[in-house]
Structures are given as structure tokens and as C-alpha cells.
Design a protein around this ligand. Structure first.
Ligand code: AMP
Ligand code: MG
Length: 350
């Protein structure tokens, strides 16, 4: 990566009115500022300035064909960046501010750098007081993907952002840990029928209830399931230490996880496990463990998932193991299943 980005001073800005004013000034001047939202930390730049937006791709090492989400201070700002649609209006009125991103027809005010050349644009209003205060203070639509190096687990604390992007961005607005912990749900409402593009912090069932229609499923690239062989999956959100994910019913997956961990230890490997709360005592004391929520409490697991993956990754281990943390076909379990499948180097059907 270019030395220009390795030599930037990254300022740590406090969660105060003054900190927000400084962050807003940097964004207005074309800078790159990481800020908290309710989902994960975002890396923001002026969405109306192509050069500022290109800085995001350089700082993250993100491929130019991966489009960004535009963040707004309120739904009334939508007309600056997108054309509205009936389904879009209904969902914006019901769920904004909140962890829902809408894909809508793009207006010419939005540079093609933001949308990777698409004639649609992804937009949301975050439900986080600091994010809203910052967006309001800039007076601009702000393009912001997750504030991590491309492919790494998303950041849920300012420390995660610093670990990935220190020296590559202008500032981090420090707002403490995020609450939802997984990225927004993305729904394409630009066409005739609404389509789920990415499961996330807002459960798909709530969206279907609000609209009174079923969402079309994600296109095949995004719906990677357990039937796929290792290596075919799009790897994303991934720790550097190889993660093996065991999928299948809990009665089968749980003992399989225990046996895979035991045999890795028997082979002399240093092992880490991502665990549900009530399973923490099942494993050899030598196993490094990170505990998330319970099978029936996916909110807690979502809030802890990326921090747990980062902690395991930083522990100097050879292999990581996990199983599904909730029902992969329902509620927030869908988002957890999606992130775990993309984080995994190998998937074992139990
Ligand atoms: P991130 O902000 O890193 O969580 O990633 C944003 C994601 O939003 C992209 O990777 C795409 O999957 C999705 N996205 C953004 N804009 C569009 C769009 N115009 N059409 C479809 N998907 C989009
Ligand atoms: Mg991301």
C-alpha cells in the first residue's frame, strides 16, 4: 500500500461536542474519519466528492467494485442522493433511524465511485446519537463502509479501528463499543419486488411484516450455504488464523465441535474456540475460548461476535473452531450464520 497512507497522523477524537465538530471539519475538507454507529464503526468520507471517496478504498485496501453505503442524518435527506420508491418509502418511515440499508435508484449527484458504477445507491440513517450529530454537523451525505482493512472482521470498538487503520486515516471518533455488532440488513427496493441482499441487524421477518410481502432471497453469491465445498465461499470478515465452522443441528454439531477440537489438540495444535455461554466448560482447559451469547439469545452473540473473532485471532493460535451460534434460518441467526460462513476457511457439515 502507498506510503502516503502509512504516514498519516490518525487523531483520536473524544465523544464530545468539540470532538464531533473536529470530525465534521475533517470530513468537509475531504478527509477520512471513522465513527461509531449502532452496527459497527464506519469509515466516512464526503459521498459527493469522488476524490474523498477514493481515499476510503485506498485506506481499506477495498476493491473498487465493492459499492459503499451512504449515511444520512435523516430520511428527509434522501432526495439529495436517491429517487424514492413505494417500498423504500414504507421501510424508511418504519425503520429509520436503524440498521436497515435501502438500495434505491441513484441520482447523478452521487459519483459512480460510491456505487461501483451501479445506477443504484445504498442508503441508511444510523440509530446512534454521535453518528447523527456528526452527519448533521457535516451537512453532507457520508459514504461509509465498515472501518476495517478489507476482508477482516468488522470493528465494534475504536481499538479495532486503530488496529487496522492507524496511520491510514485522519481521525477516529471514539464512541465506545457498538451495540448491535453486525452490519445493517440490506434490502434492494429499486425494482418491482423487494430483495434481501444481506441479512443484518434488522431481522428480515420484521421487514416482511411491515411490507406484507416476502422478500426475494439474496442472489447466489451471497447465500453461501453449508452444501458448498471449502474454498468456494467468498471469504470476508475473516480472522487470519484459519477458522473451521461446524454446521448442522446442535445435537450433531456440538459433539462434532468437541471431537474436532480434541483431535487438533492431539495433533499438537494451539486451538481457540468461539463458544456459547453454556458450553464453556466442555473443553480442555488448554483451549483458548471466547464466549458469546446463548443459542436463544442471538442479540448478545451478534454484539460480541467480531470482538471475539479478533481476540482469538490476536492470541497466536494455529486453528480456530466454531459452530452455528443460533438457528441459521431465522431472525438474527441469519446474519450470524452469514458472517460465520464467510469468516470460515473450512465448513464441516455434521
Ligand atoms: P460494508 O459497508 O463494508 O458493510 O459493505 C457495503 C455493502 O453494501 C457492499 O459490500 C454491497 O454488498 C452493498 N451495496 C452497497 N451499494 C449497493 C448497491 N448499489 N447495490 C447492491 N448492493 C450494494
Ligand atoms: Mg465491511
Amino acid at each position: 500500500m502507498s506510503s502516503v497512507y502509512a504516514s498519516r497522523q490518525t487523531r483520536l477524537l473524544p465523544a464530545t461536542r468539540e470532538g464531533i465538530a473536529q470530525a465534521a471539519a475533517l470530513l468537509r475538507a475531504g478527509g477520512l474519519v471513522a465513527f461509531p454507529t449502532e452496527t459497527v464503526y464506519g469509515l466516512g468520507a464526503n459521498a459527493l466528492a469522488a476524490t474523498a471517496v477514493l481515499g476510503i478504498f485506498k485506506a481499506k485496501g477495498r476493491p473498487a467494485e465493492d459499492p459503499l453505503i451512504v449515511h444520512l442524518a435523516g430520511g428527509e435527506q434522501l432526495e439529495r442522493v436517491a429517487r424514492s420508491t413505494p417500498y423504500g418509502d414504507a421501510l424508511a418511515a418504519r425503520f429509520w433511524p436503524g440498521p436497515l440499508t435501502l438500495v434505491l435508484p441513484r441520482l447523478d449527484s452521487v459519483p459512480l465511485e460510491v456505487t461501483a458504477g451501479l445506477d443504484t445507491v445504498a442508503v441508511r440513517v444510523p440509530a446512534h446519537s454521535m453518528a447523527l450529530a456528526l452527519l448533521d454537523a457535516t451537512g453532507l451525505p457520508i459514504a461509509a463502509p465498515s472501518a476495517n482493512l478489507f476482508g477482516r472482521p468488522s470493528p465494534t470498538t475504536p481499538e479495532h479501528v486503530l488496529a487496522d487503520l492507524a496511520g491510514r486515516i485522519d481521525a477516529i471518533l471514539q464512541g465506545g463499543p457498538t451495540t448491535v455488532g453486525v452490519e445493517s440488513t440490506i434490502v434492494d427496493v429499486s425494482g418491482e419486488r423487494p430483495r434481501l441482499l444481506r441479512p443484518g441487524g434488522l431481522v428480515a421477518e420484521a421487514i416482511e411484516d411491515a411490507l406484507g410481502v416476502r422478500l426475494l432471497p439474496p442472489p447466489p453469491r451471497l447465500s453461501a450455504g453449508p452444501q458448498l465445498a471449502p474454498g468456494l465461499l467468498e471469504v470476508h470478515y475473516a480472522p487470519r488464523t484459519p477458522l473451521t465452522l461446524i454446521v448442522g443441528e446442535p445435537q450433531a454439531a456440538r459433539p462434532r465441535l468437541v471431537s474436532e477440537v480434541s483431535s487438533a489438540i492431539a495433533r499438537g495444535r494451539r486451538v481457540g474456540v468461539l463458544l456459547l455461554l453454556d458450553e464453556a466448560d466442555v473443553f480442555d482447559p488448554g483451549v483458548r475460548r471466547e464466549v458469546v451469547g446463548r443459542w436463544n439469545d442471538p442479540e448478545r452473540s451478534a454484539a460480541r461476535l467480531f470482538a471475539a473473532l479478533r481476540a482469538l485471532d490476536a492470541a497466536g493460535l494455529d486453528l480456530l473452531f466454531a459452530r452455528d451460534l443460533a438457528d441459521p434460518n431465522r431472525g438474527l441467526g441469519r446474519a450470524l450464520a452469514d458472517r460465520l460462513r464467510r469468516a470460515a476457511r473450512q465448513i464441516i457439515q455434521s
